[in-house]
Ligand binder design. Structure first.
Ligand code: DGL
Length: 259
């Protein structure tokens, strides 16, 4: 009984790596929909239809627990997936505004996310519930998704672009920056290098992994042998190299999934 993960691309690997570290004896399936990435620039119909297809695929391969390792999908369509697939259990991800509001000292929080997440009803509800009396700015950063999908090298031009992207958060006076897209933890060092030292950066990958652990126990998901299969709708050769690099493993042979 593998645990299934999907994302618009390789970003959800930032959640998977925390999960494998915590729960190394389960089997995992991961889908990177890289041919259709970025989802953050798409409408909810597209995100829902594609999420349904990928969920069905994972269920056919035996997954009963699905991690929607994508803020853009989780914040917009996870409630509908729960209605459509009552036999499955889902874990979602959403920007960590709750931990941010617990640690901010000046009450000013910046969330770096996709445009789809900024409008996500789950995100809006969580903000209303947990950030009362605090000020929150959401900054869209679609370029960063592309950088992770294609090439993380930060050259001179990109450093300038990254500073430009982060400028609204700094000018806003935020003391806490939330990484609200699963692609962004792969750029955490580069992001921190562009921020003043006093800004704390929040990544919730570890908290999501602990939620997966709780569900594995309550659903009595069977242990496996730590096997990982990765499917991509993009180029298999490119994905294999990229996944190995991001997961810090020597070799990965990705498989194809239809676009
Ligand atoms: N990694 C995804 C997220 O967390 C989607 C990024 C994108 O495809 O725009 O929102």
């Amino acid at each position: 009984m593998p645990i299934g993960f999907f994302d618009s691309g390789v970003g959800g690997l930032s959640i998977l790596r925390h999960t494998i570290t915590l729960l190394p004896s389960y089997d995992y399936l991961y889908i990177a929909d890289s041919a259709n990435c970025p989802w953050g620039e798409r409408d909810n119909n597209f995100i829902l239809n594609r999420s349904r297809q990928l969920t069905r695929f994972l269920a056919e391969y035996g997954a009963r627990l699905i991690v929607v390792a994508c803020n853009s999908a989780s914040t917009n369509v996870i409630d509908q997936l729960r209605v459509d697939f009552p036999e499955l259990s889902f874990v979602g991800v959403e920007p960590g505004v709750k931990p941010a509001s617990e640690i901010t000292k000046n009450g000013r929080i910046a969330v770096l996310a996709t445009r789809a997440t900024s409008r996500g009803n789950k995100y809006i509800r969580t903000k209303e519930k947990h950030t009362q009396g605090k000020s929150v700015i959401t900054v869209a950063a679609p370029e960063l998704v592309n950088w992770v999908e294609h090439d993380r090298e930060i050259n001179f031009c990109r450093k300038a672009k990254l500073s430009e992207i982060l400028d609204p958060a700094i000018s806003f006076g935020a003391d806490t920056l939330v990484l609200g897209c699963t692609h962004f933890p792969f750029l955490i060092e580069q992001i921190k290098a562009c921020l003043p030292d006093e800004i704390t950066v929040i990544d919730t990958g570890d908290a999501v992994a602990r939620q997966v652990e709780r569900l594995c126990k309550s659903l009595e998901i069977e242990h496996g042998s730590g096997k990982l299969r990765v499917f991509t709708s993009g180029d298999v050769g490119v994905a294999s190299k990229l996944v190995a690099k991001l997961m810090c493993i020597s070799h990965m042979e990705c498989e194809t999934i239809e676009k």
